[in-house]
Design a binder for this molecule. Structure first.
Ligand code: GLC
Length: 734
């Protein structure tokens, strides 16, 4: 349809019909949908159901086609439904969790993963995915760090834009789905790291640190935005007219559809800003929230609010038009079934090409934190290796948002090793439970199978196996449901049962590699003391097992870089590399800097910093050279280093560029990531890596809240992680 036809349709619709287009219902209303939030009786009528414009968590070619057919036949103007789902890190072929994807430092790879997810989801009748999540995160206690791409706004922006391109491409084309940017805004900074808690950000910090990644997704053309659960300046986002109309639409230029998060309109009542669902509906529609996800507010109260003159019908028309435009952008008026096709679905889901893509992404997401005495790679057929731990043969490797996948599709580490290696050199033992017996795990959607391990026997068997092995690989980590939504933690340590396994194995064999499965940075102090090698596997997805087996035996080398630091302790949180200097900066010398910004009883800096990651080879980086020392507006400085593979195998290094504005009209971070390049080098090979520095890279929100650069001295750093001191200085000319 063209715009005029949409306007004519809108003009023909009754008020009830228009309001229906602003209502999204959960799939379980259609028996069999997936529950991803607090459910409950919404008190809706059959008429509400008949007019609702959207369902979430309904998926499957046949199910969506049948539902679409039934609804369009019953709808007064036969307006098609729009189906939305949480396709966060893949649909049936599951990719590594987004935090791991951030560690690839490879937006093209992340775009490819989103494209695979879109092809599979589109064939299963999905029109919109609630992704990318572009929330900046600095507190690993918050469970949803696994859904983010880490602690750096610049990296997050590149990844969010890549996902939008991967999902959407040209929405008129086959195999695409609309993206939904979330959670707007600032959701990743809750007090205490507790999900849904209040967020306190200054306007400058919001604009400087938290909005850029959302902006990158908007500039990439994301079709929809979702409001966040949190309050910002004590105003819940879903009722925040300033945030949604002045900032999101006027300042950031977003003109697409805006949906609430699950139940967030109704939650304005427990937030204490609405006395009832009627007032909640009024606040949200006035803030410009176009669709009410799974709350009764719009469906039950908007009509009365308009009839009583409390809400201008123009607001309903505005929101209804945006929902019709989204459906039109997807071509639903011409083809309400879009890509939903059983045969296509059967051919695409988990196809070999998609599994390979997922495996490749997993291999590039692993981060090698430690590797002493060449513990890795393992030497195939030459050493006895005991693979021990609750994740050795664990199919729960897809993270807590892989809600539409089947864990039986996942290839475990043991499966992969048995296929790849000869039986004579490898052995397997669970060694412990995943969770302590008194641990509480509430699954979002999937049942948490009861662990029936005989712990004492399992431990003794593991110890004997370790005793007789040349090396031990301990596959440890946190339960899949210990990260994700509503999964904040006050501690970042391993469960006691796994700690005990580590302790006992370390008594009989010191050649330990720990492979860590997790959805967040964890406290690895003791692991670091007892293991000679540490490989972070995150939740690597459907093909995590083969990816790990290949990596552990050197068929590929780890190349991931931390997208979020591993703290020394949870007490350091929130923690981020690009912090302000303070008036008493602390650089590590506890004796010299008595009055430095530090702790008396623990280190000031993380155990493993942002951007850090080892390879099986080693690299050197030459001092930085600049082609000029003064930068003029409109000009560029070229900064260069020569990177050399100084080791014995081919490897990929991610060379990172950081810049510091030494003096600003407001305090500026000690450094900020401004670019990175990946180079793959054979042993002895070297390559020059160059970065162009231009004035626009130096802009920030100044003392007057103007987004400008300021003349003066700048330092730049080029190296292999955020702690590099490989530095050069230049001046920006007035
Ligand atoms: C959840 C999440 C959001 C998700 C939505 C639909 O509560 O906050 O990220 O997309 O509800 O499942």
């Amino acid at each position: 349809m063209n715009q005029q036809q949409l306007k004519e349709l809108l003009a023909q619709m009754s008020l009830e019909e228009k309001i229906g287009q602003l209502v999204q219902l959960p799939g379980y209303f259609q028996n069999g949908g997936t529950i991803t939030g607090p459910a409950g009786d919404l008190g809706l009528t059959q008429e509400d159901l008949r007019l609702a414009g959207s369902y979430l968590s309904v998926i499957g070619a046949e199910k969506t086609r049948a539902l679409q057919e039934e609804y369009m036949a019953a709808h007064p103007h036969h307006i098609p439904l729009i189906f939305m789902d949480d396709i966060i890190n893949g649909y049936r072929t599951v990719f590594p969790v987004p935090l791991a994807q951030g560690c690839t430092f490879n937006p093209d790879l992340v775009q490819q993963g989103a494209s695979v997810a879109a092809k599979e989801a589109a064939a299963s009748g999905v029109h919109v995915t609630f992704s990318p999540m572009a929330d900046l995160v600095r507190d690993a206690r918050w469970g949803r760090v696994m859904e983010s791409t880490g602690e750096d706004a610049y990296l997050n922006g590149l990844m969010a834009a890549a996902m939008v391109r991967g999902y959407q491409g040209d929405l008129k084309k086959k195999g695409t789905i609309a993206g939904c940017l979330k959670h707007f805004a600032g959701y990743g900074a809750p007090e205490g790291g507790r999900d849904y808690a209040n967020v306190e950000l200054s306007l400058r910090t919001l604009k400087e640190d938290y909005l850029p990644a959302y902006k990158a997704a908007i500039d990439a053309g994301v079709a929809m935005v979702m409001t966040s659960f949190n309050t910002l300046d004590r105003v819940p986002s879903t009722a925040n007219k300033w945030l949604m109309r002045d900032i999101l639409r006027d300042e950031m230029g977003f003109d697409g559809a805006l949906i609430s998060d699950w139940g967030a309109v109704g939650e304005l009542v427990p937030h204490g800003v609405a006395a009832d669902f009627a007032q909640a509906a009024q606040l949200a529609i006035e803030a410009g929230v176009d669709m009410d996800m799974v709350s009764p507010s719009y469906a039950k109260h908007l009509k009365t609010l308009v009839e009583e003159g409390k809400v201008d019908e123009k607001l309903i028309d505005e929101s209804c038009m945006r929902m019709l435009e989204l459906k039109n952008k997807l071509g639903l008026f011409e083809n309400p079934f879009r890509d939903a096709a059983k045969e296509e679905e059967d051919a695409l889901l988990l196809c070999e090409e998609h599994r390979k893509a997922a495996q490749d992404c997993a291999e590039k997401s692993f981060v090698l934190l430690k590797n002493e005495e060449n513990m890795l790679p393992l030497r195939s057929g030459q050493e006895k290796v005991a693979f021990i731990g609750p994740f050795v043969n664990n199919k729960f490797l897809c993270g807590s948002w892989a809600i539409f996948s089947d864990d039986q599709d996942t290839v475990t580490l043991k499966d992969a090793l048995e296929k790849q290696e000869s039986d004579s050199c490898i052995s397997f033992a669970a060694g412990s439970r995943v969770m302590d017996r008194d641990g509480v795990v509430q699954g979002f959607q999937k049942q948490i199978p009861e662990e029936t391990l005989d712990e004492e026997f399992a431990l003794s068997q593991a110890i004997e196996m370790a005793r007789g092995a040349d090396k031990v690989v301990l596959a440890l980590g946190e339960h899949r449901e210990f990260s994700g939504e509503a999964s904040s933690r006050g501690s970042l340590t391993l469960p006691r049962c796994q700690q005990r396994l580590l302790d006992e194995v370390a008594k009989v064999n010191q050649n330990i590699t720990v492979v860590l499965f997790c959805g967040r940075p964890m406290d690895l102090r003791d692991v670091q003391n007892k293991a000679k090698a540490i490989l972070v596997a995150w939740f690597p997805g459907t093909e995590g097992g083969p990816a790990l087996a290949r990596t552990l035996y050197g068929h590929c080398a780890p190349q991931g870089k931390l997208s979020m630091a591993f703290p020394w302790s949870v007490s350091q949180l929130p923690l981020h590399y690009n912090q302000l200097s303070t008036g008493r900066p602390f650089h590590g010398d506890y004796k010299a800097a008595r009055f430095g910004s530090k702790y008396q009883d623990m280190p000031r800096f993380p155990l493993y910093p942002f951007g850090f990651g080892l390879s099986y080879t080693t690299f050197s980086c030459s001092p930085v050279t600049l082609n000029k020392a003064v930068l003029k507006k409109g000009d560029a400085i070229t900064a260069a280093v020569t990177v050399k593979n100084t080791g014995h195998c081919t490897g990929t290094e991610t060379v990172q560029l950081y810049i510091r504005d030494v003096v600003g009209s407001v305090a500026r971070p000690v450094r900020e990531l401004k670019g990175f390049r990946q180079v793959t080098l054979r042993p002895g090979e070297e390559k020059e890596v160059c970065f162009e520095i231009t004035e626009d890279m130096l802009r920030f929100w100044d003392i007057h809240m103007n987004y400008v650069s300021e003349p003066g001295e700048f330092h730049l750093f080029i190296g292999s992680d955020s702690t590099t001191e490989n530095k050069a200085a230049f001046t920006l000319e007035a």
